[in-house]
Design a binder for this molecule. Structure first.
Ligand SMILES: CC(C)(COP(=O)(O)OP(=O)(O)OC[C@H]1O[C@@H](n2cnc3c(N)ncnc32)[C@H](O)[C@@H]1OP(=O)(O)O)[C@@H](O)C(=O)NCCC(=O)NCCS
Length: 172
């Protein structure tokens, strides 16, 4: 699908409980060990301690579709990206990039200054996305994923940059 198709109809907003059936379906399609619905519900309720957002595609019949979701934990001035997934069929259109950038901008506004995450060593697409944001691989967490016994790459971003995030949020 060409980049930017339907982009004008995309809405990025905080996750609400009525999104959760679609959010968990996206998570199931993305990960061997998806989060249960209750885990997302818990994060939504944590309020100021987490940022839970979705990308929603507006449809002319009014039946909007959730196409991506993210959960980020906030710990004082540090953010930890818990999960990020784009619905298959909607990948490669900068939706993941925009959702991550807008969520990190929200974190920055709430006082976060740096970010970290774990990503499967085999997940080169996600690692490329994070490198585009300036994340750097700083170590491995051995046997981190109990389902496949895969190692996690630990990636950190030392300084959240307002201008860079704003540019990434525009698809740059
Ligand atoms: C990883 C994921 C979130 C990326 O979202 P996306 O909307 O498809 O990616 P985007 O279109 O926003 O891509 C932005 C950048 O990410 C990188 N990227 C994304 N997909 C890539 C791929 N398949 N191969 C290489 N780089 C890729 C590129 O740097 C890209 O920038 P560019 O288009 O200027 O080259 C999505 O593929 C996904 O949901 N994967 C399954 C779940 C997952 O792995 N989540 C991350 C867990 S840590």
């Amino acid at each position: 699908m060409p980049e930017n198709q339907n982009q004008a109809q995309l809405i990025f907003r905080p996750m609400i409980t009525s999104d959760l059936d679609q959010v968990t379906a996206i998570d199931r399609a993305a990960f061997p060990t998806p989060w249960p619905k209750d885990a997302f519900l818990y994060e939504i309720k944590r309020g100021r301690n987490s940022v839970c957002w979705v990308a929603e595609q507006a449809a002319s019949d009014g039946e909007n579709q959730i196409v991506a979701s993210i959960v980020i934990w906030l710990v004082i001035d540090e953010t930890h990206i818990g999960t990020l997934a784009v619905r298959p069929g909607f990948r490669g259109q900068k939706i993941g990039q925009k959702l991550l950038a807008l969520s990190l901008l929200e974190c920055l506004q709430r006082g976060a200054r740096q970010a970290l995450l774990e990503v499967r060593q085999s997940n080169l697409a996600a690692q490329a996305l994070y490198r585009k944001f300036g994340f750097e691989a700083v170590g491995l967490r051995k046997d981190y994923y109990k389902d496949t016994h895969e190692d996690a790459v630990l990636m950190t971003l030392d300084a959240l940059d307002l201008e860079k995030l704003a540019q990434l949020a525009q698809g740059g």
